[in-house]
Design a protein around this ligand. Structure first.
Ligand code: CTP
Ligand code: MG
Length: 207
């Protein structure tokens, strides 16, 4: 089974108001992310923060104070003994609701990679800007990827990664080696600041 975990329990501090409820082309950021997740997965778990209108076509669980804790709220649900989930063999795809423009193509790339035996697959794009270390030294951008979600995992791998309750801004970041990179999509932006909404609306019109 392919289980989608859509994370929408954040506080949107940088955005200013709850970005998951913001509308793009008349549909909320959260609903856009869920609509694609539902197309691509057998079950979808929405991790939410109690607000907003919940939907009957997803399983809703309440998130935690950090993104990693919100992921673990979904894993706790999957781990429940009465559940229909197989915590060893399922594929779990973790996705930020804030990346509401992620296309089915990107979803299927990460899912296919894990079906083909990867333990973890993430979408990546190259950096086009010049970058420096904050300490001052210049850095070679060709040594880096920008990493997006959705990120797919063999379920057992994701459970192992979260065993000691680590904190990280994404889940693949908990894994040093063994990550399979697939092409991401420059349009798969993460709504973070208020101005991103207009950018996303423009991208949507061109998709
Ligand atoms: N998220 C979550 N639970 C948290 C924190 C974040 O489910 N405790 C989710 C967000 O809702 C978002 C995704 O993880 O879809 C990526 O996080 P980010 O873009 O940082 O969103 P926020 O944490 O809400 O924003 P900010 O960091 O500006 O407060
Ligand atoms: Mg955050």
């Amino acid at each position: 089974m392919i289980v989608g975990v859509v994370l929408a329990a954040g506080n949107s501090t940088r955005f200013g108001t709850l970005k998951q409820e913001a509308l793009i082309g008349g549909v909320s950021v959260m609903d856009r992310a869920l609509d694609t997740a539902i197309k691509m997965c057998d079950r979808v778990i929405l991790v939410h923060n109690g607000g907003g209108l919940l939907r009957p076509d997803v399983i809703a669980v309440e998130g935690g104070d950090t993104r990693s804790q919100s992921v673990r709220a979904a894993l706790d649900f999957i781990d429940a003994p009465y559940g229909e989930f197989d915590q060893v063999h399922d594929i779990i795809v973790v996705h930020d609701a804030a990346r509401c423009l992620a296309t089915p193509i990107v979803w299927s790339r990460v899912i296919r990679a894990v079906e083909d035996d990867a333990i973890c697959a993430v979408p990546t794009i190259p950096i086009s800007d010049t970058i420096r270390h904050r300490a001052g030294a210049p850095a070679d951008r060709d040594q880096f990827w920008i990493v997006q979600t959705p990120q797919a995992f063999r379920a057992a791998t994701l459970f192992e990664l979260h065993e000691d309750e680590p904190e990280c801004s994404d889940d693949a970041g908990l894994l040093t080696l063994g990550v399979t990179f697939v092409p991401g999509d420059p349009s798969n932006i993460k709504i973070t600041h208020p101005g991103d909404l207009a950018i996303a609306a423009g991208l949507l019109r061109s998709m």
